[in-house]
Design a protein around this ligand. Structure first.
Ligand code: CA
Length: 242
């Protein structure tokens, strides 16, 4: 199972939107299209995409104003965002980046450039979404083949444990609350008790065997995957005395 990143394309010109959508689809993305700010907001309310391509010049509320609004909103502020625009001068580019855009593409653009930038921004934000294998301290997860190995040894994980590990490895060394993990791994708007996360973390640790200690509990905060697992210190007294 390969996770196809979803991309919300906010663009009022159907020909451009179609061109972008076709290219995204052919390259393993799941595009949805919104032609103005109202329908874009409706899409965001329904589900959070992995990335937003946002046209600057839209009928009604402008892309720049939308970008600022989404960045100020707790739920949408972290979604990677690329602005599309015919306005290529530096002042506009700065305004777009100031509004919180991660990147900026001037029209006309080549679809090759567009895809390269989409991948680059996704790689920065969510390496687990690019379809490349992630390797941390000997633990390797390949989302394309759905394989997990530790020191070449294949490991068997259930589907939820796989998704959980995928997310934790994609955002290693950061602490994630149970609520955040529910949102990111189980899906937005899904109501599940936070205790469910603990159950799956326990299963994940068991499935990881020796690498299980890489999944750390951060007391009062949540969980973290770290490259520096806590290993019990064995003091060899002979070595010290000898
Ligand atoms: Ca436009």
């Amino acid at each position: 199972m390969r996770i196809m990143p979803s991309v919300l394309v906010v663009e009022d010109e159907p020909a451009i939107a179609e061109l972008i959508a076709v290219n995204l689809r052919h390259n393993g993305f799941r595009p949805t299209w919104a032609m103005d700010s109202v329908s874009a907001q409706r899409e965001l309310d329904a589900a959070l995409p992995d990335l937003i391509l946002l046209d600057w010049m839209l009928p009604g509320e402008s892309g720049l104003s939308l970008a600022k609004r989404w960045r100020a909103n707790e739920r949408t502020k972290a979604i990677p965002l690329i602005m599309l625009t015919a306005r290529g001068d530096e002042a506009d580019r700065v305004a777009g980046l100031d509004a919180g855009a991660d990147d900026y593409i001037s029209k006309p653009f080549s679809t090759k450039e567009l895809l390269a930038r989409v991948r680059a921004v996704l790689r920065r934000h969510s390496p687990e979404r690019t379809g490349e294998a992630i390797v941390i301290a000997g633990l390797s997860l390949d989302s394309a083949t759905h394989r997990v190995t530790f020191g070449q040894q294949p490991l068997k994980l259930g589907p939820t444990e796989f998704k959980l590990l995928h997310y934790l490895m994609g955002h290693a060394e950061r602490v994630h609350s149970r609520g955040q993990l529910l949102d990111k791994v189980w899906g937005d708007h899904v109501y599940i008790e936070e205790r469910t996360v603990d159950v799956h973390v326990k299963r994940l640790r068991e499935a990881l065997g020796a690498a299980g200690s890489m999944v750390e509990t951060v007391r009062g905060a949540g969980y973290r995957l770290t490259a520096k697992p806590v290993v019990p210190v064995i003091v060899d007294t002979n070595a010290i005395l000898g």
